[in-house]
Design a protein around this ligand. Structure first.
Ligand SMILES: CC(C)(COP(=O)(O)OP(=O)(O)OC[C@H]1O[C@@H](n2cnc3c(N)ncnc32)[C@H](O)[C@@H]1OP(=O)(O)O)[C@@H](O)C(=O)NCCC(=O)NCCS
Length: 170
């Protein structure tokens, strides 16, 4: 229903960085970026493959020298279809600090029909918080926090994941 603009999504190329929607054959590389980084909750390889199959219009990969060096997993929450929930964003260690994550999120925002971004970020994840704060600043949008997923809902000692919302996006 909101795929019309997403289908028009074209790869973006900046400083030899290519940003595009993932293909099913990219799923394994996305899983490897997550695993090698070591910071994220590693989903099953199956989960990455399914996201590339069924949610590619709300996900992105970044390629440098034809290698996948970053990805965004995202989806539209069915009850808030104009929002983009960013489930995971990750950039390979040697590519951080050159705007890869920001480019992927900006590409998603520019090519999807969304007016708000959502994500949950642990209190200790300074890099991720800085990334989302920067996106909010660039769009002159408000960044607000809510409880998100409290620690007691996790079965495994996982820290709580406060939820941020950035809107309106323009
Ligand atoms: C979070 C992460 C995706 C950022 O990727 P990145 O490509 O290095 O980020 P960018 O270069 O696009 O930076 C975007 C903004 O965040 C800031 N930023 C990025 N990393 C930062 C850090 N470690 N400390 C402070 N600020 C940081 C940048 O300065 C930039 O802000 P600016 O626009 O005001 O200059 C990357 O550090 C990562 O993969 N971390 C591990 C996985 C993770 O924790 N993901 C988030 C939870 S799902």
């Amino acid at each position: 229903m909101h795929s019309a603009r997403a289908h028009m999504s074209r790869p973006s190329e900046t400083h030899q960085l290519v940003i595009r929607e993932p293909r099913p054959s990219d799923g394994a590389h996305m899983w490897t970026v997550a695993k090698d980084g070591g910071e994220l909750d590693l989903n099953s390889s199956y989960a990455y493959l399914m996201m590339t199959r069924d949610f590619s219009t709300t996900c992105r990969v970044a390629l440098s020298d034809n290698e996948i060096v970053g990805y965004v997993l995202g989806y539209r929450p069915p009850e808030r279809p104009t929002h983009l929930f960013v489930w995971q964003v990750a950039v390979r260690d040697d590519q951080r600090g050159r705007g890869v994550a920001a480019h992927m999120l900006e590409h998603l925002i520019a090519t999807s029909d969304v007016d708000a971004l959502e994500a949950t970020v642990e209190e200790t994840n300074g890099a991720s918080r800085a990334l989302f704060a920067s996106i909010a600043r660039k769009h002159r949008a408000e960044l607000t926090w809510s409880e998100g997923i409290p620690a007691e809902h996790f079965p495994d000692g996982h820290a709580g994941e406060p939820m941020l919302q950035i809107q309106p996006l323009r």
